[in-house]
Design a protein around this ligand. Structure first.
Ligand SMILES: N[C@@H](CCC[C@H](N)C(=O)O)C(=O)O
Length: 275
């Protein structure tokens, strides 16, 4: 039996498993089955808490999308990871350092019960995203199904493309998101954000996630959208990003600086999986 906790960050939901005191043997096919909302538990991502790899880290954080693929970044999951290790008595620290495949993340409990994640320094070079383009640009264009799409791109430890739209509520998230997520211009696929600028301190965003389709919130997507909007001078360095599941505060001081993301992390229920 594998014990798990069902958690969410703004409705982006997770199954979180302590893989230090248990040895879950979950291959991509079984993760996909568990992620199914009708025949399984249902989740956007599965998170594993493992022993650290580096001497200065407290844990290792592994992330699997609902399609079973392992990825290297998940912002909402990082806040849930911090809540999980505290609730389970695995760490009493106010700051938790975790190894991920995209580098280290620093997770900090704030006085108001929210959690701030240092999401690291965004990467803009096409090769680092990865994106098939000769050189870095403010915006890129791609044709899919006869339609031209213009987007900004950045890596937050995972690939993001962000399209500017007039109204997120009517944006073609499912159709265009699905086309672009696996377009050959993104060799590792990508998360596709649809961003509406409300004013200089507020963005509205919907994200079609790689390997999970549209979610109620995407933390790394919120960081990517904020970075692109800040770089274009459309918003201030501290911005509220409202997603269908709620809002995050994103702060970024510019190139070479890390992105800080603040938001909630909620435990919903405990359960066991009989593999
Ligand atoms: N929901 C996440 C991102 C999860 C991974 C993403 N789908 C990917 O494949 O890169 C977040 O909150 O950042």
């Amino acid at each position: 039996m594998i014990h798990f906790t069902k958690m969410h960050g703004l409705g982006n939901d997770f199954v979180v498993i302590d893989a230090i005191h248990q040895t879950p043997d979950l291959d991509p096919e079984s993760i996909k089955k568990l992620a199914d909302r009708h025949f399984g538990i249902g989740f956007d991502q599965l998170l594993l808490v493992e022993k650290p790899v580096s001497a200065n880290a407290d844990f290792k954080y592994r992330i699997f999308n609902a399609d079973g693929g392992e990825v290297s970044q998940c912002g909402n999951g990082a806040r849930c990871f911090a809540r999980f290790v505290r609730d389970k008595g695995l760490s009493a620290k106010d700051e938790v350092r975790v190894d991920t495949d995209a580098g280290q993340l620093l997770l900090k409990f704030d006085d108001d019960g929210l959690i701030t994640v240092n999401m690291g320094i965004p990467r803009h070079h096409p090769a680092e995203i990865p994106l098939r383009a000769d050189q870095e640009a403010d915006s890129y264009q791609v044709i899919a199904d006869g339609e031209t799409y213009t987007f900004g791109a950045v890596s937050m430890g995972n690939p993001h493309a962000v399209l500017l739209v007039a109204d997120v509520d009517t944006a073609p998230v499912a159709e265009a998101g699905c086309l672009l997520e696996s377009h050959p211009i993104f060799p590792a696929r990508a998360n596709i954000g649809f961003m509406q600028i409300v004013d200089r301190s507020h963005i509205k965003l919907r994200v079609y996630e790689r390997g999970a389709a549209e979610t109620l919130a995407c933390g790394s997507g919120a960081c990517a959208a904020a970075v692109i909007a800040i770089e274009r001078g459309l918003v201030d360095p501290s911005v509220e990003v409202t997603l269908p599941g709620g809002s995050l505060r994103i702060r970024w001081a510019g190139r070479g600086e890390p992105v800080l993301m603040t938001g909630p992390a909620i435990s919903v229920f405990e359960g066991t999986i009989n593999p």
